[in-house]
Every structure is written in C-alpha cells, then in structure tokens.
Design a protein around this ligand. Structure first.
Ligand code: URA
Ligand code: CA
Length: 439
C-alpha cells in the first residue's frame, strides 16, 4: 500500500477502505509521510467528502493514535460535553460542578482558546494556583474522590489529530464536516466517557454559520456515536451574540460563580441547564429534559453546585477564597466604558468580532503559545433586542493599557448594531439532535 494511491482514490471521488484509513493515520502518527502528501489527501477529502463509514473509521483510528483514557476504575456512567467554541461560553464551569454534585462523574479534558473563542483551561488558570496539567493517574485519583476533574488535554491524546489539525489550519482544510466531526469525536472517544453531549454553536460567533450546516455536523457526530460505542446527544445553540455577559478569563470565572450562587442567570444558565440535563438523560438519572433542568436548578438553590466547585478548586490547588472574594482574581490596570453612539435597539452583534475585541484586550491569543492577560476582557451591558439610550454604557473593557482598551473598544463598536426599530431576537436553542431510539 502507498499513500499516493490513496490520494488518487480520493481525488477520483472513491470511497476509502478501512485499511486505507488505518494505513494513513498510522503513518501520520509515526511521521512516515511528508506533509505535502498529507495535505493533498486532506484537500481531496475537503473537496470530495467522506461518507459516514469513512468518517467513523477516521475517528476510530485518530482516537486510537494515542492513549485511550481508561475510566473503568471510576464507577458508574461517565459523561462529557464539548462545545464547538464560542464567545462568553462558560457553560463547562457552570454545568460540570452541577452534574458532578448529583453523583455523576465528569472527567473533562479541555483545550486552550485560540482565535476569537475562549478555552476552559485558560479560564481555570486565571484562578491563582489552579493546576490543569494533571497526569492520568492523578486525574483518576481525583475523579474517584470528587467525581469532577477539569484538566488540559495531555500530549498522549490523539496525536494524529494534533498533527492533522495543525496542517489543516495552514492548508485551508479546516471547514470540512467529516474532518471536523472526526477531529472532535476522536478526542471525545479517547477521553473515555460513556455519554457525550455536544454543543454545536451556530451563528456569527460559531464555527457553523447556518442552521443547516450545524444540523449536518451534529447529525454526523450523533450517528457516529453508535459506530464508536458512545451515546451522543447534540444541542444546537445560537452564537448570534455572546452566551454570557462576561468575556475574558477572570470575568468568565466570576460569571460562573455568580450563576452557581443563584445570583445571575440568562442565556448562559439556560444553555448550561440544557446541556447538563442531556448529560443526566444519557446517564439515565432523569427521564425528561425538564426533570433534568429542575434537578440542576435545585443544586444551585441548595448550594451543592458551588460546594462542588469549591471541592474542585481545593483538589487542583486553586485558591477557594476566590468564591467569596473575586477581587483575589487578577484584574487588568485599565478600564474603559464604551458608550452607545445613538439611541434605538440593539439589533445585531457580530460575535466573532466581539471575540476579536476581547482578544485585543489581551484575553485571547493572537498566536499559539501567547501569554494571556487573565484580568482582561469585556463586560457587556446589553443583549440583542434591548432598547439603548445614546450615551448609555454598552460595555466595559479591561486591559493592561489605555491604548489596548481603546483599540478593543473600537473593534467592539463596529461589532454592535443599534437600529431605530427592534428586530426579532434569534432563539437560543435552535435544535436538539439525538439518536432515533431516543425520540
Ligand atoms: N474543533 C476541533 O476540535 N476540531 C475541529 O476540526 C474543529 C473544531
Ligand atoms: Ca430530535
């Protein structure tokens, strides 16, 4: 077998066999092929697609290119969630403690933010002392005690995906549904949970811009669940505006704490409850989504969700005093208020651009490996559909320098549209895709 034949096969729109895919991914993992051949095959897949069977084999081989996290020593049904990435999306920090506080193990590996979307690991690292680099043994020991681990993805996990993702990034082959589905699902399979709830973000701040594409991606991943022996439900949620009101690492931790204290809510709470309820559904801890949401809300009211977050902080070296005193979290030196340039209604938010404004404050990375300013970010004061008076604050920006604050405010101003007439606000939850047997 040689890779050239496989490239030509896909170029001629033929289906790749399991052996073709195994040969390729094993070679990618061992650096057996030059990048120009890997890139050519990625482009052929991008242009000519893959069917469900090819995508499932690709997922399987990428998942097995490294270690599969062995969660069998943790009793019970393990649940995981994954967001395709958004702005102000802190749902993991809200729902993971809530679900774990009900006795259902959540052992989640997360990534760092890159580009305009944030990453859970960066948010957690804004908490003084919190450690996200855990060994597999350490993570399992923690999970046995607390049911909750939030950690960075280790280098042993899906090395083939890490190599191919870096290559896709520079060859214009990221936005391919089978390649995205295999990339996400291989990591989730390797992370070892039994049930996976996907949050497929749709809109101006999401990977998928249209509902149709989001539904296609969600369906591919839900269908794949059966082939790789995992239960998968997908929520399609709106990214036509940032999910929470707070964007930036320290700020998102503060918003998550405030929600777990029952002091704030909104769309971030609603999406967290929906995703969390589906995690409970997969674990058969509840019968309906409504029952799941009610159970999770109860864990906010009785303080057990917050107590579980405190346990997580102590477990991983973070200062638990931040829960009572958020001024212990780093804060950038400069603050700037963006005032509304006119009166009217907030009718549109270019959410990716809002993410770029947050990047400009120092809250997000412009390049891989860049050090973040944990205290930087944006607090939004308005949501879509709300009336606005000229001169009223639209947002408060935090950054290390006045210049960066002003540069970010300029980008933010371009991202927000105020119109004389109100416009309909898009629904928050656009669709839910579950395997046929669940409907
Ligand atoms: N997220 C991933 O992990 N992989 C992709 O290909 C796209 C989004
Ligand atoms: Ca359905």
């Amino acid at each position: 077998m040689n890779l050239l034949d496989i490239i030509i096969k896909k170029r001629e729109k033929q289906k790749l066999s399991r052996d073709d895919i195994t040969f390729w991914i094993r070679g990618v993992t061992s650096d057996a092929f030059p990048d120009y051949q890997n890139a050519a095959l990625l482009m052929a897949i991008f242009l000519n697609g893959m069917d469900a069977e090819e995508t499932a084999w690709l997922t399987y081989e990428m998942a097995h290119s490294g270690v599969i996290f062995g969660l069998s020593t943790i009793p019970g049904y393990k649940v995981d969630k994954h967001s395709t990435g958004g702005v102000g999306d802190t749902s993991t920090l809200v729902l993971a403690p809530l679900v774990a506080s009900l006795g259902i193990p959540v052992i989640k590996m997360s990534g760092r933010g890159l580009g305009f979307s944030g990453g859970t690991i960066d948010k957690l690292e804004s908490i003084p002392g919190f450690r996200t680099a855990l060994s597999e043994e350490e993570a399992l020991a923690f999970a046995q005690k607390s049911n909750l681990v939030l950690m960075g993805q280790t280098d042993h996990l899906t090395p083939a995906d890490q190599k191919l993702y870096a290559l896709r990034d520079v060859t214009g082959t990221v936005e391919s549904l089978p390649l995205i589905a295999a990339s996400i699902m291989s990591k989730k399979v390797a992370a070892g949970a039994n049930g996976i709830v996907l949050d497929v973000k749709c809109g101006s701040g999401g990977f998928m811009k249209t509902l149709e594409d989001a539904q296609k991606l969600a369906q591919i991943m839900v269908d794949m669940g059966r082939r790789v022996n995992r239960d998968v439900n997908a929520i399609i949620s709106s990214m036509e505006q940032p999910l929470g009101m707070y964007i930036g690492n320290r700020l998102e931790v503060i918003e998550a704490i405030s929600i777990l204290k029952g002091e704030s809510g909104g769309d971030l709470l609603e999406v967290s409850l929906t995703l969390g309820a589906h995690m409970l559904l997969l674990a058969k801890a509840v019968q309906t989504e409504a029952e799941g949401k009610a159970k999770l809300l109860e864990q906010i009211k009785n303080g057990q969700g917050l107590a579980k977050l405190e346990e997580l902080l102590i477990q991983q070296g973070g200062n638990p005093a931040v829960l009572e005193d958020t001024s212990l979290l780093p804060l950038s030196a400069c603050m700037h208020t963006l005032a509304a340039p006119s009166s009217g209604y907030l009718t549109q938010m270019d959410t990716a651009k809002i993410g770029r404004a947050a990047q400009e404050t120092g809250a997000g990375r412009m390049y891989k490996g860049q050090t973040l300013d944990f205290g930087a970010g944006i607090i939004l004061k308005k949501r879509l559909g709300e009336p606005v008076e000229k001169g009223e604050p639209l947002a408060i920006l935090y950054s290390a320098t006045e210049g960066k604050c002003r540069a970010a405010a300029e980008i933010l101003a371009q991202a927000i549209t105020i119109s004389p007439q109100p416009a309909p606000v898009p629904p928050l939850i656009l669709d839910i895709i579950a395997p046929e047997s669940q409907n």
